[in-house]
Design a protein around this ligand. Structure first.
Ligand code: SF4
Length: 166
């Protein structure tokens, strides 16, 4: 089973009320069970909602309490983002999830890039809050651009498990 950002499967949970549907991800349902989750909705945020960015660090720093997530007007939504990350981890543990495909650049779901907190469209290297928490707990997180790598890794991991069983 693979945990996925719900917006990538076409759920209209994006801050704007739309989605980020990925046709490539949708094709995986032929071979895998996909478990959609939206950490921001799980954290209690409405849809649509104001866009948020991490300021003062990336997802790991938010989890440690040294950075925050806020909207342009300055409303601090850090607690909702942490709650959403914890709810997502709890779901992942319940289903023994090892892999996740999460939407790049989101302050929750980004796995390599997030916006820099200035609301100017500038990206920096870093993870969103949920991606960071999942990775800290041993879950392999890929973006929607990393699906081919995910499939290679699943194959590789399953081959090494077979070897261990011999
Ligand atoms: Fe998509 Fe993640 Fe943002 Fe929810 S929090 S809309 S799943 S990118």
């Amino acid at each position: 089973m693979i945990l996925v950002s719900a917006c990538l499967l076409g759920t209209n949970c994006k801050y704007s009320g739309g989605n980020n549907k990925s046709e490539r991800l949708a094709e995986l349902v032929k071979d895998y069970t996909l478990l959609p989750v939206c950490p921001e909705v799980s954290g209690g945020m409405p849809t649509p909602r104001k866009p948020n960015e991490i300021t003062g660090g990336s997802g790991e720093a938010v989890l440690m309490g040294s950075a925050k997530v806020q909207c342009k007007e300055g409303t601090d939504n850090t607690e909702s983002f942490i709650k959403g990350a914890k709810e997502t981890l709890s779901l992942a543990k319940k289903f023994n999830i090892k892999y996740a495909v999460l939407k790049e650049r989101s302050p929750s779901c980004g796995s390599s890039f997030v916006y820099d907190g200035t609301f100017s469209g500038k990206l920096v290297n870093g993870r969103g809050v949920t991606a960071a928490l999942l990775m800290e707990n041993g879950i392999k997180v890929y973006s929607e651009n990393g699906i081919e790598q995910l499939l290679k890794d699943i194959q590789k991991d399953s081959n090494s498990m077979k070897k261990d069983e011999v």
